[in-house]
Design a protein around this ligand. Structure first.
Ligand code: GLN
Length: 537
């Protein structure tokens, strides 16, 4: 078993997760079985309870784990299916250690960070290694080297490496080489200092992946090599991408990162065949078509809040050889300015998931605009609830229809909480979570897009379509195109007379990959394109 530990230096947001995922792609394409894991030093048990402003998107796995968005990169870039074992937070570690202590498992010993916390961290690497049966385990340590919270994790991997032995472990440090405008130069000092910080802890990185805006010349690489004590060919350049994050594996392959890793780990594997990624990049750089898609949300100013949604839209574009410009629309802005003013000219409208009342009326207006003007609409989770409320109000004429999440006293609760959810008082991990089967209805557009009758999709919500209104909706040509296999819960809806109006209670975006675009996103972009081409110029 071989291990790669990915640490980060200088600043956060360097794309460490992406780098780890891209290395995963390369190793997988060399024929290795890879698994990826993320350690997060914060004390929340999982990011499920965190505000998107704090943390960005919460990525949901098949088993219902609410995880860090880097796990989204891992699943999109590789073929691994992740579980809750693949994301460990300090909160989980301490929860386990404290529970053990209460159960008397430490036999009267003083419970300490070393060895009890560090052992618990190492245990997670071993468990994953055993269960996944992978050739290579890539473990990313969240945060930046030098953070107080990160220390137990760094100590744990230092000890781990000692035990695993040389030739079995690679430490890869992702660092930043800033360009200082006033000096007109790239600077290596922050990298030197961050490597010094790592070495203080006892970790000497084998590889430095240098994030930079500009190319590193030979002299600069030599300087980094000398001062940071890594061989010249282990100074890897990772420049900001021009087009798409899907360039990163190709870029790192050009830098021979995977060769170096295989050499260090004594893995004799053939070169990675990346032709399918090159074709993906061709479609991203020079697509045959172009379309603009509006995403109507409330966290649109945040890069990361709708990460998987944006990626899945891009994948839908790849499937149609179509470049997609994503127009981020602030739902609150629609309320005063009107949907027409803001949404005119868009090829399609997508309303993603969300919680809380802010921006809801704007989203409802966006759904109405899409429905009335034959603009392709894709609703995800809250986006389905919004489509339902809009239809109830404007077609069924149930003027005050709402979800009880936003108006507990609405006379028409078309979206409501299930009985079992009303009893829940704990916040973390208590929603309807994870992959569940959905039976599609024969003859619907949805079933046609999927080309299947049973699909498994991931959930993260508390509210559902209220079955008391099923008949009323059905009579007005609002089609339920998928249910839970027992028929009790509505999972997906569509409007058959509309060119493309589909909305799901689940989150299809979590299962889309650049090389396996999700059928709903593929169909959505195809519909946006079809509409564009029918229109007179
Ligand atoms: N707030 C809604 C619910 O809990 C929708 C959640 C979501 O979009 N993920 O049901």
């Amino acid at each position: 078993m071989k291990y790669i530990f990915v640490t980060g230096g200088v600043v956060s947001s360097l794309g460490k997760g992406l780098t780890a995922a891209a290395l995963g792609t390369l190793l997988e394409n060399r024929g290795l079985k890879v698994v990826l894991q993320k350690f997060d030093p914060y004390l929340n048990v999982d990011p499920g309870t965190m505000n998107p402003y704090q943390h960005g998107e919460v990525y949901v796995l098949d088993d219902g784990a609410e995880t860090d968005l880097d796990l989204g990169h891992y699943e999109r870039f590789t073929n691994v299916k992740l579980t809750r074992l693949n994301n460990l937070t300090s909160g989980q570690v301490y929860q386990t250690v404290l529970n053990n202590e209460r159960e008397g498992k430490y036999l009267g010993k003083t419970v300490q960070v070393i060895p009890h916390v560090t052992d618990e961290i190492q245990k997670r690497i071993h468990v994953l290694a055993e269960q996944s049966n992978a050739d290579v385990v890539i473990t990313e340590i969240g945060g930046t080297t030098g953070d107080i919270e990160g220390l137990p994790f760094l100590e744990a991997i230092r000890e781990f490496a000692l035990e695993a032995g040389t030739g079995n472990v690679v430490f890869m440090h992702v660092t930043y080489v800033p360009f200082i405008k006033a000096a007109g130069e790239l600077k290596t000092k922050p990298t030197q200092q961050s490597v010094a910080k790592l070495r203080e802890i006892g970790i000497a990185p084998h590889i430095l992946v240098c994030r930079t805006e500009r190319p590193l010349d030979k002299e600069l690489r030599q300087k980094i090599s000398l001062f940071c004590n890594v061989p010249f060919d282990a100074v890897i350049e990772e420049k900001d991408v021009d087009h798409s994050i899907y360039e990163v594996p190709l870029m790192l392959q050009r830098e021979r990162l995977d060769d170096l890793v295989c050499r260090l780990l004594h893995l004799d594997m053939p070169l990675a065949n990346m032709t399918h990624w090159q074709e993906i990049m061709r479609k991203l750089i020079a697509p045959q078509h172009r379309v603009r898609i509006g995403v109507v949300g409330k966290y649109i100013e945040l890069q990361d809040a709708y990460k998987s949604v944006y990626e899945a839209i891009i994948h839908g574009g790849i499937a149609n050889d179509c470049g997609v410009e994503i127009v981020k629309v602030d739902a609150e802005q629609i309320e005063p300015e009107g949907a027409e003013n803001i949404l005119k000219g868009l090829g399609g409208i997508l309303v993603p998931g969300g919680f809380g009342e802010r921006g809801i009326e704007g989203k409802i207006k966006a759904a109405r605009y899409a429905r009335e003007n034959n603009v392709p609409y894709l609703g995800l989770c809250l986006g389905m609830q919004i489509a339902t409320i809009e239809f109830a109000r404007n077609v069924l004429k149930l003027a005050k229809a709402h979800s009880t999440e936003f108006d507990p006293n609405t006379p028409h609760p078309v979206i409501a909480m299930l009985d079992e959810q009303t009893k829940v008082t704990q916040k973390g991990g208590t929603m309807r979570l994870g992959a569940q089967p959905c039976q599609l209805v024969i003859g619907t557009k949805t079933a046609q897009l999927y080309g299947a009758f049973i699909v498994k999709e991931r959930h993260r919500h508390r509210y559902e379509f209220n079955n008391a209104y099923r008949e009323q909706f059905e009579k007005a040509d609002f089609v339920f195109s998928g249910f839970t296999p027992d028929g009790k819960l509505v999972e997906i809806i569509e409007l058959p007379k509309h060119p493309f109006f589909i909305a799901s209670q689940f989150h299809p975006e979590f299962q889309s990959k650049p090389h396996q675009p999700h059928p709903l996103f593929k169909g959505f972009i195809a519909a946006a394109l079809a509409r564009l081409h029918q229109k007179p110029l």
